[in-house]
Design a protein around this ligand. Structure first.
Ligand SMILES: Cc1ncc(COP(=O)(O)O)c(C=O)c1O
Length: 402
């Protein structure tokens, strides 16, 4: 017998580390979702930049069903065809020469952070162990990743945290110059800070970070968990910046909704994660890799990547038009379909009000920190869904302005 569940069940049986919305979506198709009551929503949230092909895209469903009938799991004692195909395609499409598979962005970063320390240990000795990252950055919720992440709220209460990590302001090259030294093993950055408020890296800053890393024999790690797999209109955001990292982490959109993460790197760095140094039971699981291969093939199509740029324009113009009427946003910024609208002073600390008002009108949006409303929809969201979703958002904002 199927047990009836509702939002109230969450408070009865789940750890309260989340505070989910009052509605429970039960079905999705493309960029539309339906809740338990049959109410329809336009999805501008994309499962937090995950459902890059929308919900239940036929190429993902086909890949999942075909693999489900063949082979689900082997463990890393054996390799498998989907993992090898996916890794080969990632290597062909990027700077990378080697791939490590994990199950999430946090785990891909954990692998990256362990590898950069081990690389420095192997090549320069144990003194070279310091990691520099940026304030407001976000890299996941494991102990190492909240420590490298630049938002103290995620680590307070969990101390002692790993040592040897420094945070400097983003887009501030002088601050990085003052912090970097021969003891630095890596600099870690998001090409666009996502959770921190949709703040793109200044391309000149990114180039200077690369130069400083080279000068101090430090590795450059790009966390592309949120920006990767087409979200900014290029397959990876480093391609827009003209800066090549030594290590890149990717997850979220890679599986389109199936949990998978990956760390991409050079053959030389990969040597430092030799046999037995690191692992994951499910990393490189055939089901996840089969779905991700289909997602990667689909998103790599020039028409999809071109579409992201054109849809960015549609969003930006729509948001600017809403703002011209209601004056709720200070700034609209971002790249491709990772867009942030910073709220005016009146709503400071309360961007969440836009999420709740949106739900009332049948449109799902996100926040990125307390002051930014975030949009991270499917990369193939139909233009008519963008227009309809923005019309619903306008109604929500009109109701807020009341
Ligand atoms: C840039 C970045 N890195 C890492 C993560 C963590 O990924 P996951 O939640 O899959 O562990 C996120 C998630 O929001 C992210 O945006």
């Amino acid at each position: 017998m199927t047990k009836q569940v509702s939002r109230a069940t969450f408070d009865e049986v789940m750890v309260p580390n989340y505070s989910p919305a009052a509605i429970i979506p039960v079905r999705g198709e493309g960029s539309r979702l339906w809740d338990q009551e049959g109410r329809e929503y336009i999805d501008f949230a994309g499962g937090i930049a995950v459902t890059a092909l929308g919900h239940c895209h036929p190429v993902m469903v086909k890949a999942l069903k075909e693999q489900a009938d063949k082979l689900w799991h082997l463990s890393n004692v054996m390799t498998n065809e989907p993992a090898l195909r996916l890794a080969s395609k990632l290597v062909d499409a990027t700077f990378a020469e080697r791939v490590f598979f994990a199950n999430s962005g946090g785990e891909a970063n954990e692998a990256a952070f362990k590898m950069v320390r081990k690389y420095a240990y192997d090549n320069f000795g144990p003194e070279k162990n310091e990691i520099i990252s940026f304030t407001q950055s976000f890299h996941g919720r494991t102990l190492f990743t909240v420590s490298v992440g630049g938002q103290p709220k995620y680590r307070i209460g969990f101390e002692p945290v790993p040592a040897g990590i420094t945070h400097v302001p983003y887009n501030d090259i002088e601050a990085l110059k003052a912090a970097i030294s021969d003891k630095t093993c890596a600099v870690v950055m998001e090409p666009v800070q996502g959770e921190g408020g949709i703040t793109p890296a200044d391309p000149v800053f990114a180039k200077q970070v690369r130069e400083l890393c080279d000068q101090y024999n430090a590795l450059l790690v790009f966390d592309e968990v949120q920006t990767g797999v087409g979200r900014t209109g290029s397959l990876y955001a480093y391609m827009n910046l003209g800066v090549t990292p030594d290590v890149l982490t990717t997850a979220k959109a890679l599986g389109g909704g199936f949990p998978i993460g990956a760390m991409l790197t050079t053959a030389k760095c990969a040597q430092s994660l030799g046999f037995g140094t690191h692992g994951s039971t499910y990393g490189g699981n055939p089901l996840g890799c089969a779905v991700a291969e289909a997602v990667l093939d689909e998103i790599s199509r020039p028409s999809v990547l071109e579409g992201v740029k054109q849809k960015h324009q549609l969003f930006r113009e729509g948001l600017e038009a809403i703002n011209a009427k209601y004056k709720v946003f200070k700034e609209v910024r971002g790249m491709g379909l990772l867009i942030g609208a910073e709220v005016v002073e009146e709503y400071a600390g309360n961007a969440k009000a836009f999420v709740n008002a949106g739900l009332e009108q049948g449109v799902m949006v996100l926040v990125a920190g307390p002051n930014v409303v975030r949009f991270a929809p499917s990369l193939v969201i139909p233009d008519e869904d963008i227009r309809e979703g923005l019309a619903r958002l306008e109604k929500a904002i009109a109701a807020m302005r009341g």
